[in-house]
Ligand binder design. Structure first.
Ligand code: DC
Length: 215
């Protein structure tokens, strides 16, 4: 049963640094790193390929039913295939950035992906990052972190990556949706990374886990 495996839940807004922290923590703790945002991005990429309008939830749900979604692990990191195609770089496109929050607000999409997220833990210890990992996916785990950063810093980080991403607009949609909105879940330790280098954030995350009972 999934309870035998440990889960570290890392939530936070877009470009807060949570992916980098999750990667570093998963390596040092010997756990699998799962990027749940990539799963929402993959479904979004596929519906855009099919010419489906992201805001038309009925059409998205119909397309979702026909999709074969396979989530795996490669070298300690989650990966995702839709209809047999491994999706990587295409998940960071501007089109996906602009539409992913609409698709992620649809409960049927969330139900299917949350089940796949939980399935990772059936066979692995996982560090999972996203928006609702502590609140919905693994609400019972004691190991919950919320990585934050100012909007200015987050915008600058995305621009530094050469990525067009309206982080504030995405956060507004992700925080205001009815189902599983982005929020600080009960018991989570908040780390504001605005003024920290990555090593400092990882160190703070380690300390936070220990204070939550990690041995
Ligand atoms: O982490 P990310 O920026 O790659 O996530 C992309 C989008 O996916 C994000 O804007 C909202 C959605 N998402 C979500 O709704 N729930 C999650 N657990 C992870 C991501």
């Amino acid at each position: 049963m999934s309870d035998q495996h440990r889960a570290v839940a890392i939530d936070g807004p877009a470009a807060s640094g949570k992916s980098t922290v999750a990667k570093r923590l998963s390596k040092s703790l010997g756990m699998v790193m799962v990027n749940s945002g990539a799963m929402y991005r993959a479904v979004t990429w596929q519906i855009l390929q099919e010419g489906v309008e992201p805001a038309d939830s009925e059409a998205v749900i119909a397309a979702l039913r026909k999709m074969e979604i396979v989530c795996g692990v490669d070298d300690g990191f989650s990966d995702i295939r839709i209809n047999g195609r491994l999706l990587t770089e295409e998940l960071r496109s501007e089109e996906v950035n602009n539409s992913v929050s609409k698709v992620a607000a649809i409960p049927e999409v969330r139900n299917r992906l949350v089940a796949m997220q939980r399935a990772y833990r059936a066979s692995n210890d996982v560090v999972m990052e996203g928006r609702d990992i502590g609140s919905v996916v693994f609400p019972e785990t004691p190991f919950k972190l919320y990585i934050d950063a100012s909007e200015e810093v987050r915008r600058a980080r995305r621009a530094g990556d050469g990525e067009a991403d309206a982080v504030a607009a995405r956060d507004a949609q992700d925080s205001q949706r009815k189902t599983a909105p982005l929020k600080i879940s009960e018991g989570a330790i908040v780390i504001d990374s605005s003024e920290m280098g990555i090593d400092e954030v990882v160190e703070a995350a380690h300390r936070a886990l220990i204070s939550l009972g990690w041995e």
